[in-house]
Design a protein. Structure first.
Length: 284
């Protein structure tokens, strides 16, 4: 998938979100549990202009359970409603529905006091490409009404999906643009397979990945690639050992860096390396 956010695209996406925001009560911001910050858009809070927001950490099945716990603490402390979900299996969806209700309770109570009964809660899903918006909408609606995958440009009139007696969900999610202000954000998006790694130098991305894994998940490297290393081993040396182990060499016994990098990027994207999170909140 290719994300090219030209200023025109961005302006259009923003306009669409603003239009849809007029119709809704609650914003469900979908992020990737492995990179909750890098997969969210810092402009969201300005954009939603005071609407209630629930952070939904999707693909939590792929994230490190220990790091998920740190994020839970983080959002609790920040008083930010959040839910961990796995949109494919539907795990966490009940909790999401419950969270929508508790978040809106004060508003509903106020409306009830004014005599406005049977008030519907209307929700909108927002998120960057590939984060699982369509999958979540499908799971929540219990039918395959929304196409999953990456087919941009298919637009139709807005429809409401009935989630429960009180909750409705706009069937068209808002697409946010990822931020690339910081080089590491692009790298993390490439590691989770959210953007084509060809946007980056693949060998560079794979080297940075090894650097990250070496310090954060050394056992993942040991277990999968069965190579020895210590704190003095550079990422390049590590890549070379892995290449030799796999016999990724070309004529003359030279390392095939390109093939090794491709394999590494492939395995991290396919989550062959297990449950790995790429960022965590600052903890004291
Ligand atoms: N493992 C896992 N994969 C997911 C989850 N949610 C979505 N996906 C996958 O992520 C990819 C992108 O999902 P999609 O719903 O098309 O994302 P969208 O671009 O935000 O609409 C698809 O291959 C989905 O199967 C999840 O909770 N766990
Ligand atoms: Mg989609």
């Amino acid at each position: 998938m290719d994300i090219q956010w030209y200023p025109g695209h961005m302006a259009k996406a923003k306009r669409q979100i603003r239009e849809n925001l007029k119709l809704i009560d609650v914003v469900i911001e979908l992020v990737d549990a492995r990179i909750p910050i890098s997969s969210s858009n810092p402009e969201v809070d300005d954009l939603i202009n005071g609407k209630k927001k629930i952070v939904v950490l999707n693909k939590s099945d792929l994230a490190d359970p220990e790091i998920n716990k740190l994020w839970e603490k983080h959002y609790k402390k920040a008083n930010q409603p959040y839910v961990f979900v796995d949109a494919i299996s539907g795990k966490g969806l009940k909790e999401l529905i419950a969270t929508v209700k508790t978040t809106m309770k004060p508003v509903l109570d106020r409306d009830k006091a004014k005599g406005r009964l049977n008030r519907q809660i209307r929700c909108l899903i927002l998120g960057i490409p590939n984060v699982g918006k369509s999958t979540l909408i499908n799971s929540i609606s219990g039918r395959a009404s929304t196409k999953t995958g990456n087919k941009p440009g298919v637009t139709k009139a807005n429809q409401w999906i009935k989630v429960s007696n009180e909750i409705q969900l706009l069937d068209t999610p808002g697409i946010l643009w990822p931020k690339f202000d910081d080089e590491t954000i692009g790298l993390k998006l490439a590691w989770i397979g959210s953007i084509k790694d060809t946007i980056y130098d693949r060998e560079e991305a794979a080297l940075k990945l090894l650097e990250f894994l070496r310090s954060a998940y050394p056992n993942v490297i040991y277990d999968r690639y069965k190579v020895e290393f210590d704190e003095n081993t550079t990422a390049l040396e590590l890549m070379e050992s892995i290449a030799r182990k796999r016999n990724y060499v070309i004529r003359g016994g030279e390392i095939d860096y390109s093939r090794t990098a491709e394999m590494l990027m492939d395995e991290i994207k396919k989550t062959t390396l297990g449950k790995v999170s790429f960022e965590w909140p600052e903890v004291d």
